[in-house]
Design a protein around this ligand. Structure first.
Ligand code: BGC
Length: 761
């Protein structure tokens, strides 16, 4: 990026565009190379640099690629999203976002390609380590925090991958076939929140198709929903290589193709304008958005920007510590400094700290748990180590024998297990949820020698723990924790950090229990989201399935008590208040979770849905009233009759808890509904007519007026007999009105419908 603020940056973007030729405008809408946009030197418009993302700055100087193959400049590798999501800590994520912004700015990066907030639909998705949660509110709130921090530094975010990129299999072609309600309520909701709250500078469209249309050329997605409904003001950039047809994409709302097409698609745009098949105004608009982005990036740039490597490493350690989830602990942890421990597992010495693909950061330094444990174990304490398995997870009799020997001599074994790097990557999905067989055999051998085993996991997507969890006294879910994860694991094991992470995704008993099991990854380039709304815990709860560890679960070294919660409704939503007390003797942090449901709802709903959360740090013995606001719009469902968000009125149940299956207090609150008047037609049922604010009273009156003719008094009979009323409620009025003995004629019904629709409109 140029350091000089020049004319095209100071002028209004519209004036700049007005001065450009068609060729220059077209040139602005695709990259110059892998990572930069094109400059227009004639008018003094510089190029800017876009780079991955999301959990660090992956700036390649040479040998560029988008798959993480080439080398990049050193940058802090913060914990990937799988970890950050589990922290449930909005302030922390904002600070990580700010640090990412500082590093991006120091490297002259205008846009950092992240965060990724796709929903973890299946635990098999190869890229789940890059995503925050299986829940849209968690993804949206935490994603917003990252964007807020990043953009506070004058660096743009690129919210990705928009949308429904929930698998890697066939990702460049597959059509995610999703019904409207799950699409809106699960897959788009998080994006909507980040866009509306934070105005990311850019949104990155995904590779896949959505309901048959490439997202890179979907006017419904990129313009109607993103801009017209959500008010997005930034620029839409393609995922790298996601453009199918450049002209169609531009018309749909795709402003920037990345990476470079070597001018080929720019020429297509120019030719289309010249042939009159592309309105030049469409090109003007895309060029305008590109100029605006360049202006923002140049204004945000600081030639003298720098960052402190040590401070960021410390923040990466703090973030990793806050993201670790203590799944189980039967009195083994935390360890005393002088505890007799043995460390087993190559992963303790050679950490897996991020996933493979475009997000792969070249870290400024790298901690490993073994060294950090040795630091905390205190002077003189010996911490013997055995690898147990090789880096590729294979084992041998010799490695097992060494492991058994060190396990036998210690009182506590810290056993590091995890998913091998080659199984978790962008570009393909996992085949199962299993730990490598060699590792589970190692576990058997170690357990035979010493039952006091703490399992420390390293994995980007969840692993099956059923059958294993009840054989050990403690399990620490260590995800992929970034460059300082080794220190953070040691901090948690020794109680320097009191664990406070919570599961942002369910750990199922078996893969076959998971919601998308029968519909993943689809066939012949189509994947049907057959589970509908029932994603993650929504599914396990609705099916009443046992899980190994539920959404929201995570232990602490202290305990928290919840007093009775209260819930008050207002025009803004629901204010939930609860007093939480740290009843143990250690300082700690609790993630207070608020779920809602509506008994007797007229629509399909999950048994509970997360609507808010708050992470609260409490000193030992401290009590605090915590307020968790639930936004009214988050209570809404997508009403397919009227294509709108609608809050259904009624008595909502508000569950406040420490996990989705550990509800500590329940309140109820009356919420006023939105008036929905779905247009009536001759096909509307009697029940719908009666429920209609205009037609209802008139119909009821007509039914009760009795029959003046010879036929039976159908109206009277209907009103007198509840079961008959129930039977007839689903009858379309157009069919019934022509029956003999009806109190209203076909003509009258038609008039009533027209009048009601006119009044309701
Ligand atoms: C990935 C994006 C990434 C881009 C640039 C693509 O393959 O899907 O997440 O930002 O490459 O590296």
């Amino acid at each position: 990026m140029t350091d000089t603020i020049n004319t095209a940056v100071e002028a209004s973007a519209a004036d700049v565009v007005a001065d450009l030729t068609t060729e220059e405008k077209a040139s602005l809408t695709s990259g110059a190379d892998f990572w930069t946009t094109k400059s227009v030197d004639r008018v003094g418009l510089p190029s800017i640099l876009l780079t991955d993302g999301p959990h660090g700055v992956r700036l390649q100087r040479a040998d560029s690629d988008h798959l993480g193959i080439g080398d990049s400049v050193p940058a802090t590798c913060f914990p990937p999203a799988v970890a950050l999501g589990s922290s449930f800590d909005v302030d922390l994520l904002e600070r990580v976002g700010t640090a990412l912004g500082e590093e991006a700015r120091a490297e002259g990066v205008g846009v950092l390609l992240g965060p990724g907030i796709n929903i973890k639909r299946s635990p098999l998705c190869g890229r789940n380590f890059e995503y925050l949660s299986e829940d849209p509110i968690a993804s949206g709130v935490l994603g917003s925090a990252l964007v807020r921090g990043l953009q506070s530094q004058g660096v743009g975010a690129s919210l990705k991958h928009f949308a429904a990129n929930n698998q890697e299999a066939d990702r460049m072609r597959v059509s995610a076939d999703i019904d409207e309600r799950p699409l809106r309520e699960i897959y788009l909701r998080g994006f909507q929140r980040v866009v509306e709250d934070e105005q990311p500078w850019t949104v990155m469209c995904s590779y896949n198709r959505l309901n048959g249309v490439y997202t890179s050329e979907d006017p419904w997605l990129l313009t109607k929903v993103l801009r017209d409904e959500w008010g997005f003001e930034g620029l839409v950039v393609s995922d790298w290589g996601a453009v199918n047809d450049r002209v169609t994409g531009l018309v749909a709302g795709l402003d920037l193709e990345m990476p470079s097409s070597a001018g080929r698609t720019d020429a297509q745009l120019v030719a289309a304008v010249q042939a009159g098949t592309l309105d030049e105004a469409v090109l003007d608009l895309a060029a305008l958005r590109n100029v605006e982005l360049v202006q923002k990036a140049v204004r945000g740039a600081r030639a003298d920007a720098s960052y402190d490597v040590d401070t960021h490493h410390a923040l990466a350690r703090e973030a990793a510590g806050a993201s670790i989830v203590l799944l189980k602990n039967e009195g083994v942890l935390p360890l005393a400094a002088d505890a007799s421990v043995a460390v087993i597992g190559e992963l303790a010495r050679t950490p897996r700290y991020q996933g493979a693909g475009s997000s792969q950061i070249n870290p400024t330094r790298l901690d490993n748990a073994l060294d950090e444990i040795r630091v905390l174990a205190g002077a003189g304490a010996e911490v013997p180590f055995a690898a147990g398995y090789a880096a590729d997870a294979t084992t041998s009799d010799e490695l097992t024998a060494e492991a058994v020997a060190v396990a036998s001599a210690a009182s506590t074994v810290l056993l590091f297990l995890g998913v091998p790097a080659e199984q978790e990557s962008e570009g393909f999905d996992r085949e199962d949820l299993e730990l490598p067989a060699g590792q589970t055999e190692l576990l058997d051998a170690v357990l035979a020698a010493n039952a006091n085993v703490v399992i420390v996991l390293a994995n980007g997507g969840v692993v099956r723990l059923s059958g294993l969890a009840d054989r050990v006294p403690a399990i620490v879910e260590g995800w992929l924790l970034g460059q300082a994860g080794g220190g953070a694991v040691a901090d948690v094991l020794y109680g320097v950090v009191n664990p406070s992470g919570r599961l942002a995704e369910t750990i199922p008993v078996r893969l076959a229990d998971s919601p998308a099991y029968l519909d993943f990854p689809g066939e012949h380039s189509h994947v049907r989201y057959g589970e509908g709304l029932f994603v993650g815990y929504r599914w396990y709860d609705a099916r009443d399935l046992a899980v190994t560890y539920p959404f929201g679960h995570g232990l602490s070294y202290t305990t928290f008590e919840y007093a009775d919660a209260s819930a008050t409704a207002s025009a803004e939503g629901i204010a939930v208040r609860v007093t939480v007390t740290n009843t143990g003797d250690r300082d700690g942090a609790e993630v207070v979770q608020v779920y809602t449901s509506l008994a007797g709802s007229s629509i399909v709903r999950a048994p509970r849905e997360l609507k808010g959360f708050a992470k609260v740090a409490l000193a030992a013995g401290e009590s605090r009233e915590v307020e968790v606001p639930v936004r009214r719009e988050d209570l809404a469902y997508w009403d397919t009759r009227v294509d709108q968000w609608v809050v259904e009125g009624g008595e909502y149940t508000v569950e406040v808890g420490a996990s989705s299956r550990d509800i500590r207090s329940v309140a109820t609150v009356a919420v006023e509904g939105d008036a929905v008047s779905a247009p009536l037609s001759m096909n509307s049922s009697i029940g719908e007519l009666i429920a209609h604010p205009v037609a209802g009273p008139i119909i009821l009156q007509a039914l009760s007026a009795g029959n003046e003719g010879d036929g039976p008094d159908v109206g009277g009979a209907l009103l007198a007999d509840p079961s008959m009323f129930k039977m007839m409620a689903s009858f379309p009025i157009g069919r019934l009105a022509s029956f003999p003995g009806m109190p209203v004629s076909m003509d009258q019904v038609e008039q009533l419908i027209a009048a009601s629709n006119a009044q309701g409109a």
